[in-house]
Structure formats: structure tokens, C-alpha cells
Design a protein around this ligand. Structure first.
Ligand code: 5GP
Ligand code: ZN
Length: 124
């Protein structure tokens, strides 16, 4: 069952990070998107890309979000290089979006993990 999408959820960790109530190492932000380093990185480069609006997960995405998701995907390669991922094809990066309990999602505000840098990694 889809929950209603609200602008900001007061109890959501990532909404609190977007609002600056919890500090984070910011990589990038604009009107729609917020990008920050993961607090427990799996890889030498590991940041999270989120919409500022509270969308609980990828399972809540519809055609109305195509532009937003497209912007996130288009921004990922540029920020990956900026944050130290090596260039394709020798380098590259991994994009991951855990969705729901069986998908391994822990924070219920849509986020895309971007990971890269020299191997070995802690996970993934
Ligand atoms: P999920 O398992 O939901 O895909 O990933 C949630 C991610 O959020 C985890 O990789 C975790 O390390 C990260 N995370 C959890 N709490 C915080 C926090 O307070 N600050 C930051 N920067 N990352 C967090
Ligand atoms: Zn949220």
C-alpha cells in the first residue's frame, strides 16, 4: 500500500538532514536534490543522492517523478568523478537503491547510493 507523499516528514532522518537539523557532509544541492556522504561508507567514495521532497522509496515513484529521477541519474556520473571515482572504463562506480524490507532499505526516504574508488571495498 502506498503512503501519501508529503513534502517533509518530521520523523524522517533524511528530511532532518535536508533541513540542516542533523549535520552532514554535503556534496551538492539545488532546489530539488540533496547529495551527501554516507556516514558508514562501503567504498572509498560513497555518497547518497536524495530528493528534497519526502518520497519514501523507489516503490513510490511514478511517471510524475521521471524528471526528478532523470536529473539524479544525469548528475551521478559528474559527482562521482568530482568526489574521486576513477574514469570509466578502468574506474567507474556503482549505483544502488535499496527498496523495502526485502530490498534492504533502512532509511525510508528515497535515496540512491553512489559508490566507487579503488578495490577492495568493505561491502558490495
Ligand atoms: P539503506 O540501507 O536505507 O539503503 O541506506 C541507508 C544509508 O544511510 C546507510 O548506508 C547508512 O550508512 C546511511 N546513514 C544512516 N544514518 C545516517 C546519517 O545520520 N548520516 C549519513 N550521512 N548517513 C546515514
Ligand atoms: Zn524524508
Amino acid at each position: 500500500m502506498k503512503e501519501e507523499i508529503v513534502q517533509h516528514a518530521p520523523d524522517c532522518l533524511f528530511c532532518r538532514i535536508v533541513a540542516g537539523k542533523i549535520p552532514s557532509r554535503i556534496v551538492y544541492q539545488d532546489e530539488e536534490l540533496f547529495v551527501f556522504h554516507d556516514i558508514h561508507p562501503w567504498a572509498p567514495v560513497h555518497f547518497l543522492m536524495i530528493p528534497k521532497v519526502h518520497i519514501p522509496s523507489m516503490a513510490h515513484v511514478g511517471v510524475e517523478h521521471a524528471g526528478l529521477l532523470g536529473r539524479m541519474m544525469a548528475l551521478a556520473p559528474r559527482l562521482a568523478l568530482q568526489e574521486g571515482c576513477n574514469p570509466y572504463p578502468g574506474g567507474g562506480f556503482r549505483i544502488l537503491s535499496n527498496t523495502g524490507a526485502e530490498g534492504g532499505q533502512e532509511v525510508h526516504h528515497l535515496h540512491i547510493h553512489v559508490m566507487g574508488g579503488p578495490r577492495p571495498w568493505l561491502k558490495g
